[in-house]
Design a protein around this ligand. Structure first.
Ligand code: SIN
Length: 560
């Protein structure tokens, strides 16, 4: 059992210098946050969106491949359901998956009605492609490989046309303000924010509200290399944990197999080479074919290069270890210049900016952290364990992804579950609560430990995990928790959040002694349903996190 380390039960912060009010505060401005805002505004007096940077700085903007939904003539929600359950490796919530696949097509049509310009075929039909783990063409895309950017554009345009939605940018959510509901349960009374340079609302402030919808994205910056933008520091998950919510399935971090390799010293956000490139015919090789390099995915899985991404990431890592090379290669030269320019203009430009021309050269690729399949545990309407707190999108664990998210199900999850939150929240909006006096706790961690934290997580809690490596990681994290911050600032708040999430993630990874989905234990190479069908839940009490196992039947019928 990993030793529990003590972390702040609330982040150290100055008292609020300003206050405001809103019925519902939405934290985050990607597809999940803005969908919730747009659907709630007609039913709630005042909706406030707060976002850590500018409106389009989150992960949605970076999504390349697309959004999955059974929209094609040959496809059905049932087929989408099977592919989702198989990718999830027995750890999905079957009801949540049914909600996702059944409500997905209508939700995407609504996104189109809102003004999102998806790509179409020459016949005017929606253009659908395939990615890893999908047995049908069901990925709608926009601008070739700029799907997230187009969705983000359409949503921001809609929000800007809705003057009743207030937006505060450059606002880090620090902690929830909590009160008591009529039954004496701890419930949401507001939120403290730190705002950089918004006139009178500058510095730490308090927003009094009746409900908070967390749509704040993932935790990619826990690792040294990630496809996530710099804002993805797990703030929403850490804030929810401190407030009494449960975090579920944190060990299931998805490593995208084909992230462009920029050298051993490259840090932070790395360029994604979408799975859609393989969907259009690119393949992985362990060296230039003209020099004897081979296609190593054939024989590994019936879908070969389009196997679920955990299978591909593991196969790449294995080949890297066998050959001693720091990366493998993607061969997409045969797609040709015209196809590259039309279908993948963003990836083409990015690769060229790093000195690789995919039209004539192999692309060096290696796995990097891409997506948190776990997060704040919710029910089918985004409700968390804390009355008045809802979660949607990557910050949440609705149960649709299980141990490994199916490609392009993430934008869909944010869309579908934000609609569901908006369906129920107006009718169950809690009464206004008076915030309880703030409990100040010490223990903020200095921003200077971030690099050691990330390197430890990448080397010990990354794609390959062992008991020994995980124990070392827990020991380093314990040491870092003692590194008190000299300044109370954004760097120390973010680093404390990263450490809070890393500790729970490493604990869950140490306890899950099996290999399942994106959790690969070298010392326990098999999936073990007899012992480990279920979830690891993390809760925090007075700054100490406990991780415990909750059994649940495997949901894929052993299909994998
Ligand atoms: C990709 O385009 O490969 C990423 C899609 C996803 O993460 O769902």
């Amino acid at each position: 059992m990993p030793a529990a380390l003590r972390l702040p039960g609330r982040l150290t912060a100055p008292g609020p210098g300003w206050t405001t009010r809103a019925d519902v505060v939405i934290v985050g401005s990607g597809i999940a946050g803005l969908t919730a805002a747009l659907r709630l505004r007609a039913h709630v007096d005042k909706v406030l969106v707060v976002t850590k940077d500018v409106l389009n700085a989150g992960s949605t903007q970076w999504a390349q491949g697309g959004i999955a939904a059974a929209l094609g003539p040959e496809d059905t929600p049932e087929q989408h359901e099977v592919d989702t359950l198989v990718a999830g490796a027995g750890a999905c919530d079957a009801d949540a998956v049914r909600v996702l696949v059944n409500e997905g097509p209508e939700a995407v049509r609504e996104l189109i009605a809102l003004g999102t310009n998806f790509d179409h075929t020459d016949d005017g039909e929606l253009s659908l492609t395939r990615e890893g783990g999908h047995h049908r063409d069901r990925i709608a895309h926009a601008g070739g490989d700029a799907t997230g950017a187009e969705i983000q554009r359409a949503l921001i345009a809609a929000v800007e046309a809705a003057p009743d939605i207030e937006v505060i940018q450059h606002a880090l959510a620090v902690d929830l303000l909590l009160g008591e509901d009529d039954e004496g349960r701890t419930s949401v009374a507001g939120l403290t924010l730190h705002v950089i340079g918004e006139g009178e609302r500058d510095g730490v402030g308090a927003v009094h509200c009746r409900a908070v919808v967390l749509a704040s994205g993932g935790l990619g910056q826990v690792f040294t290399q990630t496809t996530n933008p710099v804002v993805s520091t797990g703030d929403g998950m850490a804030l929810a944990l401190r407030a009494g919510a449960t975090l579920r399935d944190l060990e299931f971090v998805q490593f995208h197999p084909t992230v462009m390799y920029l050298g051993p010293d490259s840090r932070g956000q790395q360029p994604l080479i979408s799975e859609a490139v393989r969907g259009e015919g690119a393949f992985l090789v362990d060296g230039p074919p003209e020099d004897g390099g081979t296609r190593f995915m054939q024989g590994v899985h019936e879908l070969a290069d389009l196997a679920p991404r955990d299978v591909v990431a593991k196969a790449i890592m294995k080949r890297m270890l066998e050959t001693g090379r720091p990366h493998m290669w993607l061969d997409a030269r045969h797609l040709g210049r015209e196809f590259w320019e039309r279908r993948f203009p963003t990836i083409l430009a990015t690769a060229r900016s790093h000195g690789i021309d995919p039209v004539t050269q192999l692309i060096p690729v290696a796995p990097a952290c891409h997506y948190a399949s776990g997060g704040v545990r919710t029910d089918l309407y985004g409700r968390t364990d804390v009355p008045g707190l809802y979660a949607t999108g990557e910050v949440a664990c609705s149960g649709v992804h299980g141990a490994n998210r199916l490609a392009s199900n993430s934008l869909l999850e944010g869309l579908v579950f934000s609609r569901r939150i908006a369906d129920v929240l107006p009718a169950e909006l809690p009464a206004w609560r008076e915030p309880s006096p703030d409990r100040r706790t010490a223990g903020l961690v200095g921003g200077e430990v971030r690099r050691e934290l990330q390197e430890t997580m990448s080397s010990r809690v990354g794609v390959l995990r062992t008991a020994a490596g995980l124990a070392e990681a827990c020991a380093v994290l314990d040491k870092l928790a003692g590194h008190g911050a000299e300044a109370v600032d954004q760097a120390s708040w973010e680093t404390t959040n990263l450490l809070t999430i890393s500790a729970a993630l490493a604990d869950a990874a140490a306890l899950r002694e099996e290999t399942r989905g994106s959790h690969w234990r070298e010392d326990f190479p098999e999936r073990d349903d007899a012992q480990w069908a279920g979830h690891f839940d993390a809760t925090m009490d007075d700054g100490v996190t406990a991780v415990s196992f909750v059994p649940a039947p495997a949901t894929d019928g052993g299909l994998r």
